[in-house]
Design a protein around this ligand. Structure first.
Ligand code: AMP
Length: 906
């Protein structure tokens, strides 16, 4: 409530009558008419200050009717007006000898009028406001002291409607002194609420509320029309609606202040100015948006609060897996997503026919699954490719701001050559129980043919019984056939990239009993020439054709499939170099001697037990130049060291599998003695994984593990026990193909820095080795499976050290007590389960490598099965003993910590 108008203190001291002190109030009241007996006199107030008053005190006479009236008081829009009077009133009893007509009250009236100049108002025209009595009247004594007690009374008149009014005081026989008269009305003061300004508002009459519309303060705008009610008491009630600061301004108390440089406010609905998001700035005040730094952008749909972003870097580690005329491309996400989560991939395809015609876009004949552009997964299947054609796939990563950047999108390219259809001349020589086939390799081989596979079966008997033969040679004699029987033959070739499809079928009949075989020799005896279509799948990036070993028989494998089950009658077995009386003979048998002049050493890439490991190039006559790794035997070696060094070559030379490091040959006839192997661009798997921590998709990781398992299956099928399978002994090439390496005979004892002496004297890489191998040196393929489980764990944890910093003794103890490594972070449950299977205490219960390959193949075919993550939940299932949560601050991560603590618990 606020009094806004008063008629109180006079300008000059001495009078409180009808003077206006506040400019905005124009109520000017002056006593206009004085009837008989009212006098204007000076008296002293309570503090003995002199003041003017109007007095009447005609108590000795009866029938008094003395009037005192004000001038016209303009209403000024007020409907209700308050009148405060201060007066003194003499107690009749204190007046000696006054008659009974003496009064102790007086009356107050008003008269509303538009006319400010009325000189005369009839008594009957007045409206009575009240009869005023004194709360305190004063007595003789007071008078004697000249101290008067002031009474204050307030009355109001409402529902005024004319321009103004007159007030009048009627004395009917009292002794009164009117000291002050204040006439005022109330109004609701200017107010700012919810950023809306409400003007001074005069209150309504009686108890009516006055609705007032507010106006938004500077730099603000209406969110909802602001309104308030001004109450009769002069108070604001019920605020409704509000204003909000415009973009670029923020609320500060009752006004909107500009956002400072470096901050912005994008929408009026945002509360306050915020710091410019990363990679953006605002140099001026009042910014509603921050500008992006050079090279950074904001997509249309990006909220202004989002950091400015940039196009992603190029996708990495592309791998292609070719299968006839379709190829699966996989890659790792770009190292830099540009700061956005909407990275997608586009594949651009160009084809170059092998016949020298110009390259052109692939056109609509090629199909992409799930699509060619806007791929969200880092994988695509491209099908319906033309055969015998070079394709270049450019994979680009794009995000929501790629189109805003003027720079060209970075692409990684993958070149592939689709299966090459070649004509194969099939030669045939037959007897009653054998047929000799010979075929010519592809005219223009695009890569190394690892082997040919010949499948045959009795005509119309395929479902019952068929036989698969493998050979590196292109001549094969199939024996043990029935006389006079027609067999169906088909041939396909295998390269590093896998098998091509079978070519057409050829039907050949063995001679009947008694029928003479043709007299001509195999080479002359071409009785028929068949044209056979043979699909050879190769990658253009793959190596040149492998050499054909001098001995042919061991290269030929025979597997008989009966009702889908595999028999391996002719399966090859690894020959331990020590079984040779002369170890040099083993080298001669299994490794090709290379002329040192065809080797160019380029740089050192590692250190082996016997000397440096270098990379370089090998150019053999009539072969393409290829990159190779060159291990050399350091000078001053003993004969034993030379034997041990070369034993790796005689072991490696017996293997031929896409997931086993391939021996190119040896240099033994001059010094230094060298072992030449294929070059693996990405070096050893453990270092590679650490370098690319978290960068591969689960499928890529499973692909790596699958490769290793496949190599190990091959080794175990050959009865070779590796004994030191670990990520450090796996090499990775540029296509992410993993190959098992490190076949030295002495390596487990000497070479491996992880190897430690056991109580029985042998040196063993404890963390990777199965308990029975540690305890009593029982090394088998099953102990390799245990190591394989550890390699899986290394892969899934991106090269973490198994059992972290635990001592070897603690590892042995923990394993013995049944503890097993928990699932690495984000490791699918199925993979951890497979690891656990590999770590079965009883070695017969561990899976075989063949089963592991099958399991991983299934997972790759059904990636949904990889979605459930092991992480912490597995832990409790895993252990039969109590798990204690980590509370140790120094623990590096929860798994490790829980692991260590559970051990301590024990
Ligand atoms: P090793 O003596 O076989 O353990 O080799 C020592 C190091 O040389 C390995 O850890 C690799 O980093 C590197 N290395 C060995 N062979 C190759 C290869 N074929 N390609 C690339 N790097 C290799």
């Amino acid at each position: 409530m606020q009094e806004v108008s008063s008629i109180t203190e006079p300008h000059t001291s001495g009078s409180r009558w009808f003077m206006t002190t506040e400019d905005k109030v124009t109520l000017s009241c002056l006593i206009l008419a004085m009837h008989t007996h009212w006098e204007e006199i000076s008296v002293m107030d309570e503090r003995n200050t002199p003041m003017r008053s109007y007095q009447v005190c005609n108590v000795m006479e009866a029938n008094q009717n003395n009037w005192l009236r004000t001038r016209h008081i303009p209403r000024d829009g007020a409907q209700r007006v308050y009148i405060e009077i201060k007066f003194t009133l003499r107690d009749c009893n204190s007046l000696p000898g006054v008659p009974g007509t003496c009064k102790e009250t007086f009356n107050m009236y008003y008269y509303e009028s538009n006319n400010p100049n009325l000189w005369f108002i009839k008594e009957s025209q007045y409206v009575k406001i009240d009869t005023i009595a004194a709360d305190e009247s004063f007595t003789q004594t007071d008078v004697g002291d000249r101290v008067m007690k002031l009474n204050t009374e307030v009355r109001d008149i409402s529902n005024l409607s004319k321009k103004g009014f007159y007030l009048a005081f009627q004395d009917v026989g009292a002794c009164i002194a009117l000291v002050s008269l204040r006439v005022f009305y109330k109004k609701c003061p200017t107010a700012v609420l919810n950023l809306a300004q409400f003007p001074d508002t005069v209150t309504g009459g009686d108890s009516a509320l006055v609705e007032v519309r507010g106006s938004c303060v500077n730099d603000s705008e209406e969110f909802e029309a602001p309104r308030m009610y001004c109450s009769a008491d002069g108070g604001w009630l019920v605020p409704i609606g509000r204003c909000v600061c415009k973009p670029g301004f923020e609320e500060s108390k009752d006004y909107c202040q500009p956002c400072r440089p470096g901050t912005y406010k994008a929408s009026s609905m945002d509360g306050y100015c915020s710091k410019c998001p990363p990679h953006s700035y605002s140099h001026q005040e009042k910014a509603s948006e921050c500008e992006c730094e050079k090279g950074f952008y904001r997509a249309d749909m990006d909220p202004r609060s989002m950091a400015c972003t940039r196009p992603p870097s190029v996708p990495e580690n592309p791998i292609s897996t070719l299968n006839d005329t379709s190829v699966t491309l996989e890659w790792s996400p770009p190292r830099d997503s540009g700061g956005r989560g909407d990275v997608t991939y586009n594949i651009h395809c160009r084809k170059c026919p092998g016949d020298g015609r110009k390259c052109s876009p692939c056109g609509s004949g090629v199909h992409f699954l799930p699509r060619q552009f806007g791929l969200s997964m880092a994988k695509v299947l491209v099908s319906d490719l033309l055969s015998n054609t070079n394709y270049t796939f450019s994979i680009e990563a794009v995000n929501g701001v790629s189109d805003l950047s003027p720079t060209l999108k970075q692409q990684v390219t993958v070149n592939i050559t689709t299966g090459q259809t070649v004509s194969v001349i099939l030669k045939e020589r037959k007897s009653k129980d054998s047929i000799t086939l010979a075929w010519q390799g592809p005219d223009r081989p695009n890569g190394a043919i690892v082997e040919y596979e010949v499948i045959y079966y009795e005509k119309n008997q395929r479902d019952q019984n068929y036989t698969v033969l493998k050979t590196k040679s292109n001549v094969m004699t199939v024996e043990g056939l029935k006389p006079g029987t027609t067999y169906v033959f088909r041939v396909r070739a295998r390269t590093d990239g896998g098998y091509g499809s079978y070519g057409g079928e050829i039907e050949l009949e063995t001679s009947h009993e008694g029928e003479l075989p043709p007299a001509s020799s195999c080479s002359e005896g071409i009785s028929k020439i068949f044209m056979l279509s043979l699909m050879v799948s190769t990658f253009t990036c793959c190596r040149h054709c492998g050499y054909i070993k001098a001995k042919q028989d061991p290269d030929e494998e025979k597997m008989q499939f009966q009702h889908g089950r595999v028999k391996l009658p002719g399966s090859r077995t690894y020959i331990h170099p020590h079984t040779y009386e002369d170890p040099n003979q083993a080298v001669r048998d299994f490794a090709k001697e290379i002329d040192a002049s065809s080797i160019r050493i380029e740089r050192v890439i590692g250190a082996g037990e016997f000397g440096e490991v270098c990379s370089g190039r090998l150019k053999l006559p009539s072969k393409r130049e290829i990159y190779v790794a060159i291990k050399s035997l350091k000078a001053g070696y003993s004969e034993k060291q030379r034997r041990d060094f070369l034993s790796e070559a005689s072991i490696m030379g017996q293997f031929d599998h896409p997931n086993i490091i391939r021996l190119e040959g040896v240099v033994t006839r001059c010094k230094p003695v060298m072992i030449i192997t294929e070059y693996m661009e990405n070096g050893s798997l453990d270092t590679f994984l650490k370098k690319h921590d978290g960068q591969f998709t689960i499928i890529q990781l499973v692909g790596m593990m699958r490769g290793i398992a496949s190599g190990m299956k091959y080794l175990s099928d050959m009865n070779y026990v590796h004994r030191d399978l670990a990520a450090r002994n796996i090499l990775v090439n540029s296509n992410l193909v993993c190959k098992v390496s490190d076949f030295g005979l002495s390596r487990v004892l000497e070479d491996d820095p992880e190897a430690a002496y056991t109580t029985r004297g042998g040196k063993i890489p404890i963390r990777w080795t199965a308990p029975e191998a540690i305890a009593y040196r029982k090394f088998t393929s099953a102990s390799d499976v245990w190591s394989y489980g550890i390699v899986m764990w290394e892969v899934m944890s991106y090269g973490e050290r198994p059992y972290w910093e635990m001592s070897n003794q603690d590892v042995i103890k923990a394993i013995d007590e049944g503890y097993r490594l928990p699932a690495p972070m984000d490791c699918p449950v199925v993979l951890h389960q497979l690891m656990l299977d590999c770590w079965e205490k009883s070695r017969s219960e561990r899976p075989k490598f063949g089963q592991i390959v099958n399991t991983l193949d299934k997972l790759i075919r059904n990636p949904n099965s990889l979605k459930e993550l092991g992480n912490l939940t597995d832990f409790s299932k895993l252990l039969s003993f109590r798990v204690v949560w980590c509370e140790m601050a120094h623990c590096r991560e929860t798994y490790q910590c829980r692991f260590l603590i559970s051990l301590q618990w024990w």
